[in-house]
Design a protein around this ligand. Sequence first.
Ligand SMILES: Nc1nc2c(c(=O)[nH]1)N[C@H]1C(S)=C(S)[C@@H](COP(=O)(O)OP(=O)(O)OC[C@H]3O[C@@H](n4cnc5c(N)ncnc54)[C@H](O)[C@@H]3O)O[C@H]1N2
Ligand code: MOO
Length: 410
Amino acid sequence: MSRVIGVDEYRATVTTLIGDATAAVLPLAACDGLVLAGDVRAGVSLPPFDNSAMDGYAVRSVDVVGASRERPVELPVTADIPAGLVDVPALLPGTAHRIMTGAPVPAGADSIVMVENTDAGSFAPAPRDVVRVHAPTAPGTHLRRTGEDVVRGTVALAAGTVLGPAQLGLAAAVGVAELRVRVPPRVLVVSTGSELVTPPSELRHGQIYESNSVMLAAALSSLGCRVEVVRAVVDDVAEFRAVLEPKLAAADLLITSGGVSAGAYEVVKDALTSAGVTFGKVAMQPGGPQGCGRWNGVPVVTLPGNPVSVLVSFEAFLRPALLTSLGHPVADRRRVRARLTESLSSPKGRRQFRRGFYRHAEGEVTGEVGPRGGPGSHLLAAFTQANCLIVLGEDVTEAAKGDEVDVLLL
Ligand SMILES: Nc1nc2c(c(=O)[nH]1)N[C@H]1C(S)=C(S)[C@@H](COP(=O)(O)OP(=O)(O)OC[C@H]3O[C@@H](n4cnc5c(N)ncnc54)[C@H](O)[C@@H]3O)O[C@H]1N2
Ligand code: MOO
């Protein structure tokens, strides 16, 4: 990576490096947000049996023809069917069964009269012997038919489906307890820099509190990754290797921050160049100095140390690469066009990602966007007020107030 590499090319390189996540079978509770790796066929229909959609009475519609409040039809109640009853007696002509929502419809009944259309009011603790029906009912009323939702043997969830609450609910409903999914990688996150300290240590002049690993861990966790963090490795190559090499075996991906640019103490660069990691510049701002490759076979992505560079790098290529690896059909943030509320400048030949705030008023065709903070990659507080990244292309050096620009919604 000696030349300056384009953002899209680098994103493709990192995507290839990370590769496809392996598939494994996990319990439903561990599958939220993951992508299904194989079709799920329904072992049962949904509903599995004809059942009542209402609390009321199962009847034959011909037995209640012409029923009204003034001229109720009286039927003997010959059975009580709560939900969960498995041996349901058949309904004989001229009778009714009291039935609850979700309970199996007895053979012989063709509809349900809801309790509100009878004299039973709110149900008495014990079923009455006789019910007065106040309204007629058409065949099929308040019946939920077998297979109306899912037919047994068909694909209930297709491979590639992103599993959220509804999808996991359906899997549970067809009797599945575990799913084959792409498993998020175990990521080792490492911050480097002899200036880094963590609370409760007091800062001495020249020191700063470490923040990159906290951001990366949060960003990675939101994709389902299992994260191990090493918060502050000093700028010493031997120490870097000694701390991290033993941990590699348990990692699918190593992400470092800091120590990759042109200084005299670039620990990551110095430790990993000989291991086969390539360092260079990506045509973006912030996030220019980058590196990637493998260390002992484990994919490594080395980010620059500035906090905003870390988070922008995550958005520009790590997040898309990981989403692709996990099989997500869409790896990109939603992109919209918006009018700039103030003019911006951008370095020639670099894709600039500015932190911005996007608004879109009801009925407007294009929303508007304004920057939050300057281009400096140390301005983390401004990032906390942003809801988007403003993207100024490699060929843009000036964008005027009122110009339309690309915006990535975070
Ligand atoms: N001569 C050059 N100098 C620099 C160049 C360059 O091209 N030529 N690039 C600049 C750019 S752009 C960036 S970005 C940085 C990247 O440098 P490093 O990856 O080596 O990062 P460090 O020097 O270690 O740190 C940069 C900055 O970020 C702070 N930092 C680092 N880690 C953390 C952390 N975990 N939590 C909070 N803050 C952190 C660190 O203290 C530095 O202030 O290089 C420029 N220089
Ligand atoms: O590329 Mo550096 O990340 O601009 O500050």
